[in-house]
Write a protein that binds this ligand. Structure first.
Ligand SMILES: NC(=O)c1ccc[n+]([C@@H]2O[C@H](COP(=O)([O-])OP(=O)(O)OC[C@H]3O[C@@H](n4cnc5c(N)ncnc54)[C@H](OP(=O)(O)O)[C@@H]3O)[C@@H](O)[C@H]2O)c1
Length: 327
């Protein structure tokens, strides 16, 4: 069994969650951490048991023994840090949003192809049991065709102009942070929309705080999507179909549930509580793809990441969301 030496680039909150997932696998070695501050890298390495730590991302990327790097800096640095790793011969899994816009994502994909290395966006939903259950139910035909989708994700963090959620220089705003989940739901269950309308409201820093989106498909189907940092509705979607409805939702405790509501029948509920909040499946997929010599994941293909970022670009254009100096 090939063992993979993992590197963590930017040891923030999400890196801690992802590391707990990597830890579950015998073929994964918690190998090296890179932070802008050596002390932060050491603290994270000590806490989780990494062998090495570095006070810069460049040193991490240059370590010849690292096989694969998990990039979890703020979105505005994803392109730079992914390119750094790829150019140093590392396979990469990079957090969402994959980058700020489609131009950046195209650069990342071109570089991965040029270097003949693996690249994947760290998208959580496609690996989760509630998504698999939703696909199973839709594929069975019992609900008929999906006609409409309501998708939402909101929570209410304290306003902090320096935090990446509100800081425009770090790609701040609810859309790229959490709004992309209802967008993923719509792309997954309905496809890429033909028309998009969107309106946003903005925080005192000028970052988007709340956004409402409408997707329209040429065959008449539609989706209403919402994300916000000023309410607390949680995350989920309702898929309205010809013969009934289905709710696909996640609790704050990361428990997952699917509620099937067939017209004229009692409701049926399915719940799932995966270990490591379900983040481990992304790490497993990376190692499975590397074992098989794949350069991209069939579960999260780069074409899906491109569809996603192009859709996010269209939404931002419709809602007037710009990142000055970045795009
Ligand atoms: N998949 C998911 O469910 C999920 C959930 C939450 C977040 N995320 C994604 O993960 C990424 C990181 O989010 P997070 O919540 O972990 O953020 P965070 O706690 O703020 O950590 C981000 C890390 O990036 C590094 N960094 C580099 N340049 C920075 C700068 N100019 N300002 C601030 N930090 C900088 C910092 O590490 P050092 O300074 O130590 O290097 C920091 O610890 C984001 O892209 C976010 O969208 C994904």
């Amino acid at each position: 069994m090939k063992r993979y030496k993992w590197g963590i680039l930017a040891p923030g909150k999400m890196s801690a969650k992802f590391t707990r997932g990597i830890k579950l696998f015998e073929n994964a070695e918690l190998f090296a951490v890179g932070s802008r501050e050596r002390d932060r890298a050491k603290k994270f390495a000590d806490e989780f048991g990494f062998e090495k730590y570095y006070g810069s991302y460049e040193e991490l990327a240059a370590d010849p023994d690292v096989d694969v790097v998990y990039v979890a800096s703020p979105h505005s640095f994803h392109k730079e840090h992914t390119l750094l790793c790829l150019r140093n011969g590392k396979n990469v899994i990079c957090e969402k949003a994959f980058a700020i816009n489609a131009r950046e994502v195209n650069e990342m994909i071109s570089e991965a192809k040029k270097q003949d290395l693996f690249l994947m966006e760290a998208l959580w939903p496609p690996f989760q049991p509630f998504y698999n259950k939703a696909h199973e139910i839709l594929d069975s035909g019992m609900l008929g065709e999906p006609v409409h989708l309501y998708g939402y994700f909101s929570f209410h963090p304290p306003f902090d102009p320096l935090d990446r959620k509100y800081n425009l220089a770090l790609g701040g705003g609810s859309l790229l942070d959490i709004g992309l989940y209802p967008v993923i739901d719509a792309l997954t269950f309905l496809g890429v929309p033909d028309d998009i309308k969107a309106l946003a409201s903005f925080s005192p820093t000028g970052s988007e705080e709340s956004i409402s989106m409408i997707f329209k498909y040429s065959d008449g189907r539609m989706a209403n999507l919402y994300s916000s940092f000023s309410t607390n509705v949680g995350i989920g979607c309702d898929i309205l179909c010809e013969k009934g409805n289905m709710t696909v939702a996640r609790g704050r405790d990361m428990s997952q549930r699917v509620i099937l509501n067939l017209h004229g029948k009692d409701k049926e509920e399915f719940t799932f509580n995966p270990p490591a909040m379900g983040y481990h499946w992304e790490a497993e997929e990376v190692m499975r793809c590397l074992d098989e010599g794949r350069k991209e994941s069939p579960v999260v293909p780069l074409s899906f990441s491109l569809d996603l970022i192009k859709t996010l670009d269209r939404i931002r254009k419709a809602a007037g969301i710009v990142f000055p100096g970045i795009d």
